[in-house]
Each structure stands twice: as structure tokens, then as C-alpha cells.
Design a protein around this ligand. Structure first.
Ligand code: SF4
Ligand code: SF4
Length: 104
């Protein structure tokens, strides 16, 4: 069985934030700014690849089906989770405490 991860099709993401509390690993966060030329008024949510463990808990939470599973090859010399990548600049979303989003 291969490793799975998720990705977000930015053009389909309305920035509704519904998926954020569905990730127990806080791997889904809104971009700090809306990319230039984007059709939607609200900034998109992105997957932080260093946080995502591929549990797929979030996969059914997106009303526009912007979230999709990516299957990694079963035979791989390097885990995609170990490849360091530069994380985008994201907003902070409080998850815990009185005003936190919690976990869906
Ligand atoms: S697959 Fe799991 S860890 Fe990755 S973004 Fe979705 S809920 Fe979070
Ligand atoms: S639920 Fe879908 S449309 Fe809403 S922020 Fe998440 S990925 Fe974007």
C-alpha cells in the first residue's frame, strides 16, 4: 500500500475554512495573503506538507471538492514526508482554548 497525502486545487478553494478543524494535525491553514490574480475574494487554504501525515480525515470536508488525495508510489527511496520544503506564509488559526476552532 502506498502513502497518501492531500492537496488543494487552489482555483476550487473558496477560502471558506470549513476543512481547517477537520485536520487533527493542524496541517490546513489559510494563506496570509490572497495571491495576485485569484478569482475568489478570500485567500485559499493550503496544506502544510511538513504537518500532513496523510490520514485523510479532512478529505470529505470540502464542499467544493478542492481537497483531493494524492497517492505516492509504493516503492520510493525517500518518503515525501521527509523531503524538506519551504512552507508558505500562513495565518494563525487558534484551535484550542475558549475561542479556538477545536476539532470537527
Ligand atoms: S490528510 Fe490528515 S494530516 Fe493531512 S491535511 Fe488532511 S486531516 Fe490533516
Ligand atoms: S473546505 Fe475546501 S473550499 Fe473551504 S477552505 Fe477548505 S479546501 Fe478551501
Amino acid at each position: 500500500m502506498g502513502q497518501s497525502m492531500v492537496a488543494i486545487t487552489e482555483a476550487d478553494c473558496t477560502g471558506c475554512d470549513l476543512c481547517i478543524p477537520h485536520c487533527p494535525f493542524e496541517a490546513l491553514l489559510p494563506l496570509a495573503t490572497n495571491p495576485h490574480g485569484r478569482d475568489h475574494k478570500k485567500r485559499p487554504v493550503v496544506v502544510l506538507t511538513t504537518q500532513c501525515v496523510g490520514c485523510l480525515s479532512c478529505i470529505g470536508s470540502c464542499p467544493t471538492k478542492a481537497l483531493h488525495e494524492i497517492l505516492m508510489p509504493p516503492i520510493s527511496n525517500t518518503s515525501p514526508l521527509l523531503i524538506s520544503s519551504e512552507e508558505p506564509d500562513t495565518e494563525t488559526v487558534p484551535r484550542w482554548g475558549k475561542k479556538g476552532l477545536g476539532w470537527a
